[in-house]
Design a protein around this ligand. Structure first.
Ligand SMILES: [Zn+2]
Length: 464
């Protein structure tokens, strides 16, 4: 609070005192040291042996195919769902009932379903202290498959696709259950992914029905393998994000065409934020991929994006397709199938650590500012304005060269001001965005100026 008061009424120029210097593509703007150390410490609580035990338990259900046995206590998707639910309840028992556990579901028909099918997710919710309406989500999909997508009987261990993601979800719940957080955090084990991304649709509908203001969805799908086709890659995780948001009204599209934003959806700026956290806490790099998913493929982040929510997909760097969606077999000396020996638990620990740190930081930071707008056309200066975000004690105005990847040249604005004039900075030559900062230094992602970058657009009650 003292720092905030000292800052009141004045403007700080961070960086190397170079308000008008051009950015360099390779610039790294780390989080402030104190919040970075805090997030690193929280992430360090992730344990590889718990991740291993969770994956072993999930593999132990034989198959978790969406159309598999619902009633057996030991085999099939029903048993797996009840196990996740029991894990969440046990975590909650350890924190005085801090988690609310729900099982939202929906009925679907489709080419990969046999008749009308109920798709059920298992979701744990930890309400935030001061900003409970804002929601940060981690998700993974519990269902698994083999070569024939309709084969609901054969063993489908799905150790990496996607027990690894669900293990990260459960471990995140274990750790964040005991952390004081301002925003609500949600831990979601989804089903129906392999049959058509149904669990993501159920989650999006549940979010909409409950009026969640979603600040981030971290969808973890295939995050544990590090060796493929003679290549080992354990140094980074890929973060996939949409450029133009799929949720775009004609008015939003018109504004984007007129003033930019093709590479600045909130999902993209969430991805940039994740990389910034990764660079700040170490152990693992995040590589941004400018795609909503792998080429021609899909994941549960997509229905969330379609519903208007900022969402990314995290996936390992080196995928081995012989281990995905395969019957367990040996062919010409090559082993096929998604078995647990293909999971690198130290890598999975580091990917989970990054998720946990990102979630903790987002849930301690204020929301990104809404209504970020620019003015200054045909003038030498650029004026940036925004709407105050609850809990923010200051804001950071960022800019990027229009071809650059990283936000640079942050300018801190305190004292309750919600506007900044950048003198001598051309509105034409730069992209602009604003982040919010809490009293203890936690910072939101950057919201790109204009509707294309708005984190909390008006979402119609009817399906978009
Ligand atoms: Zn998957």
């Amino acid at each position: 609070m003292l720092a905030a008061r000292v800052m009141a009424g004045m403007m700080l120029v961070a960086g190397a005192g170079c308000a008008s210097a051009p950015s360099r593509q390779g610039d790294v703007a780390r989080l402030d040291a104190r919040p970075a150390a805090e997030l690193s410490r929280i992430g360090d609580r992730v344990q590889a042996d718990r991740l291993r035990a969770d994956i072993e338990a999930m593999v132990g259900f034989g198959t978790r195919h969406t159309l598999s046995d619902e009633t057996s206590p030991t085999r099939g998707v029903g048993a797996a769902r009840r196990w996740v639910e029991a894990e969440f309840r046990e975590i909650s028992a350890g924190c005085g009932g801090c988690l609310e556990v729900v099982t939202p579901s929906g009925m679907f028909t489709g080419a990969r379903l046999s008749g009308e099918t109920r798709i059920t997710n298992v979701v744990a919710i930890k309400r935030g202290r001061s900003d409970a309406g804002r929601v940060i989500i981690i998700s993974g999909h519990l269902d698994s498959r083999v070569s024939d997508v309709m084969d609901a009987v054969s063993d489908a261990p799905g150790a990496n696709d996607d027990a690894s993601g669900v293990a990260a979800v459960i471990e995140a719940a274990r750790i964040l259950a005991s952390e004081p957080l301002e925003a609500t955090v949600v831990f979601a084990a989804l089903t129906g992914e392999e049959q058509g991304l149904y669990g993501g649709q159920v989650l999006a509908s549940y979010a909409k029905a409950n009026g969640w203001r979603i600040g981030a969805v971290l969808n973890n799908d295939i995050i544990g393998n590090t060796e493929a086709y003679g290549r080992r890659e354990a140094s980074y995780v890929r973060v996939f994000s949409e450029g133009v948001r799929q949720f775009e009204t004609p008015a939003m599209a018109a504004a984007r065409v007129a003033s930019g934003g093709e590479v600045d959806s909130p999902s993209r700026n969430l991805a940039r934020h994740i990389r910034r956290v990764a660079e700040s806490i170490g152990q693992l790099d995040a590589r941004l991929i400018y795609r909503r998913d792998r080429f021609g493929r899909g994941g549960d982040q997509t229905p969330m994006q379609q519903a208007g929510y900022p969402a990314v997909r995290l996936t390992e760097a080196a995928e081995d397709y012989r281990r995905q969606h395969q019957d367990l077999r040996v062919e010409n000396g090559v082993r096929y199938g998604d078995t647990i020996d293909g999971v690198d638990f130290d890598y999975l620990r580091r990917v989970t650590r990054l998720n946990v740190a990102v979630m903790a930081g987002l849930a301690r930071a204020p929301a990104p500012p809404s209504g970020v707008t620019l003015s200054g056309a045909v003038s030498p200066d650029t004026k940036v304005s925004w709407t105050p975000a609850p809990g923010a004690v200051r804001y950071r105005v960022w800019r990027r060269d229009s071809t650059a990847e990283r936000w640079t040249t942050p300018v801190d604005v305190g004292g309750g001001a919600t506007t900044l004039t950048l003198e001598g900075v051309s509105i034409d030559d730069w992209f602009f965005g604003v982040s919010s900062v809490s009293a203890d230094g936690h910072e939101s992602p950057v919201a790109f100026a204009g509707p294309a970058g708005e984190f909390f657009p008006d979402i119609p009650a009817a399906a978009p």
